[in-house]
Design a protein around this ligand. Sequence first.
Ligand code: C2E
Ligand code: CA
Ligand code: CA
Ligand code: CA
Length: 274
Amino acid sequence: AKRQGRGLARLFDESMDEGVRVRRRIETGLSQAIARDELALVYQPIVAHGTFEVVGFEALLRWHTTEYGPISPATFIPIAEESNLIHELGDWVLEHSLDVLKTWPGQYVSVNFSPRQFRRHNFVGYIIERCQRAGVEPSRLQIEITETAIFDDADRAAETLYRLRQMGFRIALDDFGTGYSSLYNIRKFALDALKIDRSFIDGMSRERESAAIVRSIVHLAQSLNLTVIAEGVETAAQVDLLRVAGASHLQGYHFARPLAEAPAREMAHARFVQ
Ligand code: C2E
Ligand code: CA
Ligand code: CA
Ligand code: CA
């Protein structure tokens, strides 16, 4: 039994070592990714419910490594977030998003900012400077942040969001419903949109609870004058339930997967028929 115990302990140690090794490789790879031209952005349409016009695109980062193939942002973003690499990556994302925006007729681009980016010194000044340099109107940039970014230092975050909104930027709270925020404690933040997390949309057609949660989020969001974007819409049945619930905007595979630049631009001129 003792021997087995030691064996298990060693296995555990080894798997921890392996975890550390993978993390290091990712860190090293990421620090070279820009220079090696391994990053790309894809753009997923955000559609207005009812007219099914494309009103904006969410920019999503892709990393194709030569050694290991594609690595998901769900894997590498948290690692970048633990170091200063997130600033370099985030800067690249913002610059390229603003650039491609100029080739679309009028839509906005919705860019994800990690908590660490959002809390950087003079975030507002940084965003303004990048937009001015790119010649992009603030109203064409939607800043997506998560609850984690705003609740650690709520007063400072509220001030930052207020100033961004004053300048004309759109602010969306991402993954809404998965964290500890309620509609009550977000009321003091200057937001434009709530993105209802995919997990609720996924559950809508199966569980009455999910559908009820979505309905109440939409209802209360309307009372706060917030736009509601439903994430991860995959079926026509969900589109229908979301119409009943009153969600004003939709995003998901039912309409389009995240697309490369050229197909995204084509879609900017099209309209989905339901
Ligand atoms: P997120 O911001 O919640 O982005 C939505 C994710 O859901 C994306 O995954 C998107 O491809 C996926 N998705 C969209 N529609 C559907 C659908 O109908 N069904 C399903 N199953 N999935 C759908 P992706 O691109 O793998 O990104 C994962 C996460 O990585 C993002 O979640 C975001 O947190 C982070 N991320 C991606 N790009 C960036 C970036 O440029 N900066 C930062 N800070 N984070 C990023
Ligand atoms: Ca997002
Ligand atoms: Ca999300
Ligand atoms: Ca997410």
